[in-house]
Write a protein that binds this ligand. Structure first.
Ligand code: MRU
Length: 360
């Protein structure tokens, strides 16, 4: 049964955001559906609860759902009553399938669960006790490496941020969207920490308001200056030269450099091009999917119409109307100036350079 843990409550003064906490026989997720109104942890006691937390976006953001799924599998294996290693592996395969059916677009989730399965296969000759132990270690490695990866992205990305820059960001790419620290927001966080004066424009990101609810919450904690804008204000502010560059994350990057990210990213990329502004993507190499030639092949999640007809639980449209709710869009690579990964900044030609960085 899912429980809500008051004992995990964050102090207002605590700057370091811990979106995911492995608790040996349970996992606590800072419930992102409740922010910024409540800082409350959702405690999952088995892998099915973790899968549901991903599906219902209590935990969200491409790297974060990869970490959550890996830890979810570790939890499932830990709690399994199976007697032999082969039986444990068979159960792991069932879990992998369950997690793969939670959300389709972010490749990090598929990357993380496939990594767990591959490790499981390599541990088939181990005792059941060691099979469990080493799979938990692998999930914790995925978790810790994600935080380190983000810090590397921050350190590399800072060279693209000037003093007194004004940067527009979309959705939430911060600590909440990852194991910790953040990708695009991690670069902003690092630039600020290093003394660069940066001002951030945060799009609200309808329908689920990840910008308004989550990115502003993170920036406020760090005292980084920002203005929240509605999604339709970006063009006006670019024309007024108030925005100097755009920096966003990615859910999946195809081999040719096309990028799937939160719905509205494509529109921002076209606006940036029209106003001759750099348009940057920040993402770990685990977001690169060399199996897909172009963005056309990336599966785009369609979510419930209620997310569009309702705002913070309040109905804002008449009953019985037609609604579309694609949760992501694809930005063609020609609109992208550079992709910042933990292994280097990738410039066009993306087809050549993404393969190099992914395989390095
Ligand atoms: O639907 P969400 O909130 O999971 O979508 C998240 C995004 O689109 C982020 O921009 C992306 O995952 C990058 S997070 C570092």
């Amino acid at each position: 049964m899912v429980t809500r843990g008051a004992n995990f409550k964050l102090s207002d003064k605590l700057r370091e955001i811990k979106p995911i906490i492995w608790q040996k026989d349970k996992i606590a997720f800072l419930d992102q559906s409740k922010l910024p109104w409540k800082e409350e942890y959702l405690v999952c006691h088995n892998y099915k609860e973790v899968a549901e937390a991903i599906r219902s976006m209590k935990v969200r953001g491409a790297p974060a759902i990869g970490v959550a799924a890996a830890l979810g599998i570790a939890l499932g294996i830990l709690k399994s009553k199976k007697k032999t290693t082969l039986q444990l592996f068979n159960e792991l395969e069932v879990m992998v399938k369950v997690f793969k059916e939670t959300r389709p677009t972010a490749v990090n989730l598929f990357w993380a669960v496939d990594k767990m399965k591959k490790k499981g296969l390599s541990f088939l000759n181990f005792t059941p006790k060691n099979f469990k132990k080493f799979l938990i270690e692998e999930a914790l490695n995925i978790f810790n490496e994600d935080i380190e990866t983000n810090k590397k992205i921050g350190k590399l990305g800072i060279q693209l941020i000037d003093d007194n820059d004004t940067v527009l960001t979309h959705c939430n790419t911060g600590a909440l969207a990852t194991g910790g620290y953040g990708t695009a927001l991690g670069i902003i966080r690092y630039a600020w920490k290093k003394g660069k004066k940066v001002f951030v424009f945060v799009t609200e990101t309808r329908p689920l308001l990840q910008g308004a609810r989550l990115t502003t919450w993170e920036l406020k904690k760090e005292n980084i200056p920002f203005s929240l804008i509605t999604d339709n204000m970006a063009g006006y502010l670019m024309r007024k030269k108030e925005i100097k560059k755009v920096l966003v994350g990615a859910d999946r990057i195809a081999a040719n450099g096309d990028v799937a990210n939160k719905i509205g990213t494509y529109t921002l990329a076209i606006l940036a091009k029209e106003h001759s502004l750099p348009f940057y993507i920040a993402a770990p190499t685990s977001s690169i999917d060399l199996n897909l030639d172009s963005g056309e092949e990336i599966p785009i999640e369609e979510r419930s119409s209620v997310e569009v007809t309702h705002l913070a639980g309040q109905q804002i449209a008449p009953d019985g109307i037609g609604v579309r709710n694609p949760s992501f869009d694809v930005t063609p690579h020609r609109y992208i100036s550079a992709i910042i990964t933990e292994k280097g900044i990738v410039y066009p030609p993306f087809k050549l350079n993404l393969a190099k960085v992914k395989n390095s």
